[in-house]
Design a protein around this ligand. Structure first.
Ligand code: NAD
Ligand code: WQD
Length: 339
């Protein structure tokens, strides 16, 4: 099949390009490179030995995107493109709503015009807000509490309305938990700009000596060791989840929603210990206050994806840390140094 990946030059997109190409699909990428580098796609080509067709376009540029659909018989779209920093979304909500929502509206418009009605959307576990209970099932109430999370929830609702208006659309809303790790070859991985917000890239940069110490945001949560608990999922497991979700929608699924997580919660302290083991480096740590907006614990109930997609995350926390460390130690400046 011909699969168009919006935001395909980014962290999850590049790993998913590899997974699709390894299944024999052709990939076409649209990305405006606002949070990525084109060299990431060259690395994908090196890994798979297959070409990636790349269009450096903003998805909101309908006139630019139209010809891509004219040139390629697109069978399905996987829509990763979006801004994803929670903190930035609080400071610049309009930019987040404009980018994430306008891009989705423009994409759906062009897809509709070309009769392409198979779509996989990158949503987030963030839509659940502070869950009443864990593990979280897909039918749990949604209550995102920052503009980023709300942009994801609004898009889910827009896509639900679209499907309601025309049931020939097949749409998968994938709610990712905490994606970490990298392709095991160490050539592609997460390359945050500036100081990382998220735990795994922060620890990686401490381990490689770019940052002096890790601040642990609170050790007084009602969790087994007092630190925050999350459901970390290896990015290659996540990528393979997209392959299964695509197979599902192509079979005529209608609108479906799946959690993509492991089902296991892991604390900050457990991640630090696993990373120290994987890297052989000690991670200096300082306990600081809780980070505003953090919830104590959340992890997925991934059983619906297992039942309906025949997919399950198989890589554990040691493999996640080993692969994150390989990427970081082979590319201390991310794509910047060797690109
Ligand atoms: P990323 O920033 O690495 O990738 C997103 C890509 O989209 C980037 O390459 C960026 O340049 C591109 N992009 C952004 N706006 C665009 C636009 N208007 N037009 C064209 N390209 C545009 O992020 P990622 O971690 O790979 O995340 C991919 C998707 O998954 C995002 O939608 C994100 O919100 C979602 N998600 C990510 C996580 C996570 O922790 N990484 C968790 C849940 C959901
Ligand atoms: C994990 C744990 C922190 C950094 C975010 C987004 C979410 C989703 C995934 C896109 C928490 C602790 C972190 C640090 C720390 N993204 N921590 N020191 O907050 O669960 O989720 O990424 O959809 O929307 O909110 O991930 O990696 O930032 O934090 O102690 O320097 O690590 O308090 O317990 P989070 P994270």
């Amino acid at each position: 099949m011909n699969i168009l990946l919006t935001g395909g030059a980014g962290y999850i997109g590049t790993h998913t390009c590899v997974a699709f190409q390894e299944q024999g699909h052709a990939v076409i990428v649209i990305d405006n490179l606002c949070n990525s580098r084109a060299v990431s796609l060259t690395r994908v080509e090196e890994i798979t030995g297959k070409p990636v067709t790349f269009y450096p376009l903003d998805l909101r540029d309908r006139a630019g995107v139209q010809p891509v659909f004219e040139r390629h018989p697109v069978d399905a779209v996987v829509h990763f493109a979006g801004l994803k920093s929670v903190a930035e979304s609080v400071e610049r909500p309009l930019m987040y709503y404009q980018n994430n929502i306008d891009a989705t509206l423009a994409l759906c418009d062009v897809m509709k015009h070309h009769g392409v009605k198979n779509l996989v959307f990158s949503s987030s576990a963030t839509v659940y807000g502070n869950p009443e209970t864990v593990p979280i099932k897909e039918d749990a109430p949604t209550a995102p509490f920052n503009p980023y999370g709300r942009s994801k929830r609004f898009i889910e609702e827009i896509l639900t309305d679209l499907h309601q208006s025309d049931s020939s659309w097949n749409i998968a809303l994938l709610r990712y938990f905490n994606p970490v790790g990298a392709h095991p070859c160490g050539r592609i991985g997460e390359d945050p700009s500036g100081v990382p917000n998220n735990l795994m890239p922060y620890i990686s940069q401490v381990a490689v000596g770019k940052l002096p110490e890790l601040m642990v945001f609170g050790d007084d949560y009602p969790t087994p060791d007092g630190t925050g608990v999350r459901d970390y999922i290896h990015v290659m497991d996540l990528a393979e989840g997209h392959v299964r979700a695509l197979e599902k929608i192509i079979s005529g699924s209608g609108l479906v929603t799946y959690n993509l997580g492991t089902g296991k919660g892991c604390s900050v302290r457990e991640i630090i210990a696993a990373f120290e083991k994987a890297s052989g480096r000690r991670i200096p740590v300082k306990i600081s206050g809780r980070r505003p907006g953090d919830v104590p614990a959340y992890y997925a109930d991934p059983s619906l994806a297992e039942k309906e997609l025949n997919w399950r995350a198989i890589r554990g926390i040691d493999e996640m840390c080993a692969d994150a460390w390989r990427w970081q130690s082979m590319n201390p400046a991310g794509y910047g140094e060797t690109g």
